[in-house]
Design a protein around this ligand. Sequence first.
Ligand SMILES: [Mg+2]
Length: 245
Amino acid sequence: MNAILPRLALSPSPAHVCSVKDRIAQVPVLIFDVDGTLAETESVHRCAFNAAFREAGIAWYWDQRTYKRLLQVAGGKERIRAFARSHPPHLILSDNDIACLHRRKTAHYTRLIALHACQLRPGVEPFIRNALARHQTLAIATTTTYDNVDALLRVALAPDWRGRFAAVVAGDDVPLKKPAPDAYLEVLERLRRPAADCLAIEDSANGLKAATAACIPVLITRSEYFRDDDVSQAVLVVDELADLL
Ligand SMILES: [Mg+2]
């Protein structure tokens, strides 16, 4: 556990939030998850999957409840594979079929995001701006693809968003997606910083497990799809990053 970030009980007192807020401002490196943390992207992902299935003539429709369950599987291609195996009539899809479907889904996702289908969550932009003003190093550790991150942040944050992050590790950069710690370990490697210098900002139990397995303490900002996750191992849980401004 990072020495300057004590673990707090859920629903901490305002005094505790203030104390952690001050300490968050002193952490040298902030590492952000993307989906659910920076923006409520999951509904857009779900619509993009359904559009890709329709286009391919596959009679699947992922409603909100189904997608919430499928989010336990990290990674879009992995999610398609898991659903094909578990859902009658058990379609046999090759790796190539899945890759094609996923490419189509990504095209729909980037099209929808370009139409301003998703904004940053409350407080995210000033949280990032304040951290940069304090000369904190920012990084991203996500299971989504780099193209998806780029599509979102060039519209929702700034066209030159990449210059604000010292390292961006996406799903295809590492062998194992969250809850494995690979994305976080890769960020530490690229930044050449120890875990004790960092704080991860996540929205889900899988993200919490990934960062914790890399020995990085975690701040949780609860999101629409993962609101019920057990995140009791986080150093602090808030509804929005706006609560910490
Ligand atoms: Mg997330």
